[in-house]
Ligand binder design. Structure first.
Ligand code: ZN
Length: 438
């Protein structure tokens, strides 16, 4: 039995369905939830257990960022592979802290530069730095002239061709202890050599990657914008589909058949960033339209509607970590799920918690507040059901709890400055604050 903590006075969203319990309580034992539900049904607790009355604040499961790029440095989207391993690592330490401080207690990586994710995951798990539980990816895996082929430069991609070479690449990623193999099935409007409706792999190449990854206990995440790209990915057995902007009826049928094992992340932060912040990266509005991004956003809205109807599990997240969609703005995805995709706030929250949690931790230990799950919670001074945007305001996140450990001000207190008022009048205590660490 670990350290115990009881939270009372909670407006409680368990993440099991869209309902909210008005007078809820959560009992935490070590890093595990012992009870979550109506306060009246909790049963008697030893009065010596520390209890926090949160005074009617909203308490919900920690969210999962399921298309994370923690090693991206908030730089130009056209120079993702440029940072050195050292600068990408320093940036990743910072973005891990920001992600946890933004209420995301789990992250599913959709690609890392160099080997940053793996080192990052180890440091987070060891408690050396704060950050989300991380399913780590390696470099983006692609074939020659795929979207991630940058002509042999940069730390973003690993390029090879043919089923056996791709199997070897997956094995190399296994050697590095990668959890997620990220592949690029189709392309991108900004790419001259790999447009979004061209499939880079042959079917047998994708099948080889998935077979090799699964036999070595890894998952496969894909960039698939086109209906053909989604179908190729799902039929080959990929686990996580990124984007899925353009779906047709056949793609929905293929997704429906795989409903119990597949997750789709429709996040459109990338497109919205190009539309809204194109000038900051030297693009004109006309160029963005010419490259098909308005059409892509419209198609995404339609495709998400089709997936909602077909009850396909969707994840929150998508390409945050670039200048036009920086770290810390992850919860913008939930606003887009509501305002653009027409979900209820409760449904968007379920995508961020229950469904994203099931994707990020296949062992089923995160995403809902239930006895036996990890004690990963967000306490919000506001009501996301009434206004989903409140989750974007870090000052409204009273505390983030991950594995029973309470964090606060991770984002707003990035400078590590000590204010004079904090040490004034503390007598001997003041010396302690200024003492070097032992
Ligand atoms: Zn991405």
């Amino acid at each position: 039995m670990g350290k115990q903590l009881i939270i009372t006075g909670a407006k409680l969203f368990l993440g099991i369905d869209e309902s909210v319990i008005e007078d809820g309580a959560v009992w935490i034992d070590g890093d595990i939830i012992k009870y979550a539900g109506p306060a009246a049904a909790m049963g008697d607790a030893d009065p010596s257990i520390e209890t926090i009355d949160v005074g009617g604040q909203f308490v919900m499961p920690g969210m999962s960022e399921c298309h994370a790029h923690l090693s991206f440095t908030d730089g130009s989207p056209f120079e993702l592979g440029s940072p050195t391993p050292e600068s990408a690592t320093i940036s990743a330490v910072r973005s891990s802290r920001i992600m946890l401080g933004s209420g995301f207690t789990s992250a599913l990586s959709f690609g890392s530069v160099h080997k940053v994710d793996i080192t990052l995951r180890e440091a987070i798990n060891a408690g050396t730095i704060p950050g989300p539980r991380l399913a780590a990816a390696g470099k983006d895996l692609g074939v020659t002239a795929s979207n991630v082929d940058s002509g042999g430069t940069g730390g973003l991609s690993q390029i090879t061709d043919g089923p056996w070479n791709l199997r070897q690449a997956v094995r190399q990623q296994r050697y590095l202890n990668v959890d997620i193999v990220k592949i690029f099935i189709d392309g991108e409007g900004v790419s001259n050599h790999a447009p979004r409706d061209e499939l880079a792999f042959h079917d047998d190449e994708v099948a080889a990657i998935v077979d090799e990854a699964h036999r070595r206990n890894m998952k496969v995440a894909t960039h698939s914008r086109s209906a053909a790209g989604v179908k190729q990915a799902v039929r080959a057995g990929c686990d996580y589909i990124g984007h899925a902007n353009f779906l047709d009826d056949e793609a929905i049928d293929v997704l429906s058949e795989a409903r119990d094992r597949i997750f789709v992340g429709p996040g459109i932060a990338w497109e919205m960033g190009l539309v809204n912040h194109h000038a900051s990266i030297g693009l004109t509005r006309e160029w963005v339209t010419d490259r098909g991004y308005d059409e892509q956003i419209e198609a995404s809205i339609k495709s998400v509607g089709m997936m909602l109807k077909a009850d396909i599990r969707m994840m929150v997240g998508g390409d945050y970590g670039i200048s036009i969609a920086p770290h810390g703005t992850y919860a913008k995805d939930l606003e887009m799920f509501v305002d653009m995709f027409g979900m209820t706030p409760g449904k968007a929250l379920l995508c961020a918690t229950r469904d994203g949690g099931a994707a990020a931790d296949p062992k089923g230990r995160v995403g809902t507040l239930e006895a036996g799950k990890f004690a990963d919670l967000v306490i919000v001074n506001g009501d996301p059901i009434a206004d989903i945007k409140v989750l974007q305001d870090h000052s409204k996140l009273s505390a983030i709890i991950k594995g029973g450990v309470i964090y606060r001000d991770l984002v707003n207190d990035m400078t590590f400055e000590i204010k004079a008022a904090d040490i004034a009048g503390q007598g001997a205590g003041a010396d302690k604050v200024l003492e070097p660490a032992q």
